[in-house]
Design a binder for this molecule. Structure first.
Ligand code: FES
Length: 316
């Protein structure tokens, strides 16, 4: 459900040449569900809605901070963010969390690649406050790009903090990193797709795989190339059946017909459009639902996921 709120850009702080932090203050009330791993939708110019992970917030949950790396060849969201000015009003939705820290693990191994450090930083803060056992690996090309190095240094994590630069040490050896993680460690990772793929592959090659939780910035390139076929969607409350052609998405067809389904990323990475499913065999193509949630066949991201065949009945 949409929970858009009007906020003020309270403070913009440059963290490195290409990355700035944006602190937002809610105009009325508080931000609910502020927790490590959560992200916000930011409504920007040209109808762009972008998702950014919280890296910090005030104790009264009236202020939250995200950090954004400027991508000059991206879709424009990061450029629009970097054009915001202090004092400006902006609409935010969320936070929502599909990257939750599971409590009470014997050890956590946190791996952050580049700007993927933002949710990981919020996890580090929480784990440190709770006295949990953890290691954090911050992977960057070089020290100049380590936008959160000063913040991580300030936490005095000692040997539990590992800053790895490709320029000084070459690509990180994930097999070694995983080998060195204590037995039963939970692994949390956020970063670019090649980094996450390499980490997942190294984990699968371990004698005993660690439980790995990750968050991607964008849809996997292999999922974007999947072939699609047509199928039907039935709306349970009305009985109306829609044909979804190979080129259409469920979200597109239903919203075109006036059915209100909240959405933001439209690429399976934010979770805003998750819809309950009553019947049907789902072809999950999102990056949000866990394996257990996918296997349950009870929900789907209607922006990207489809039916394996036949008909899907949605609880709408
Ligand atoms: S709109 Fe973001 S997952 Fe569907």
């Amino acid at each position: 459900m949409s929970s858009k709120k009007t906020c003020t850009v309270l403070k913009i702080e440059k963290l490195s040449d290409d990355t700035s932090s944006f602190e937002f203050k809610i105009d009325q009330g508080i931000f609910e569900s502020v927790e490590p791993g959560a992200h916000l939708d930011v409504y920007l110019e040209n109808d762009l809605i972008k998702q950014y992970s919280l890296w910090n917030w005030s104790e009264d949950h009236k202020r939250v901070s995200v950090a954004v790396k400027r991508e000059d060849d991206g879709a424009g969201g990061s450029k629009a963010m970097h054009q915001l000015k202090e004092g400006q009003k902006v609409e935010l939705d969320g936070p929502r969390n599909h990257f939750k820290l599971i409590p009470n693990a014997p050890h956590y191994t946190l791996v952050a690649g580049g700007i993927g450090v933002t949710p990981i930083f919020s996890m580090v803060n929480a784990l440190q406050k709770h006295g949990a056992s953890f290691d954090v690996y911050y992977l960057v090309q070089n020290r100049k790009l380590a936008a959160f190095a000063a913040h991580l240094d300030a936490l005095n994590l000692g040997d539990n903090y590992h800053l790895h630069t490709d320029e000084e040490s070459g690509y990180i050896n994930f097999k070694q990193l995983l080998n060195e993680s204590p037995k039963d460690s939970l692994i949390y990772a956020c970063g670019p797709e090649p980094m996450l793929n390499a980490l997942m592959k190294a984990n699968q090659e371990q004698a005993k795989e660690h439980e790995l939780h990750y968050e991607k910035f964008s849809a996997s390139s292999d999922k974007q190339e999947l072939e699609s076929t047509s199928f039907q969607v039935k709306i349970n409350s009305t009985g109306v059946i829609y044909e979804i052609s190979a080129d259409d998405s469920i979200l597109g067809v239903l919203t075109d017909d006036g059915i209100d389904i909240p959405s933001a990323c439209t690429s399976g990475v934010c979770g805003t459009c998750i819809t309950d499913v009553l019947e049907g065999d789902i072809d999950h193509r999102d990056e949000i639902l866990s394996d257990e949630e996918k296997t349950s066949n009870e929900y789907m991201c209607v922006c990207v996921s489809r039916a394996k065949s036949g008909m899907i009945v949605l609880d709408l």
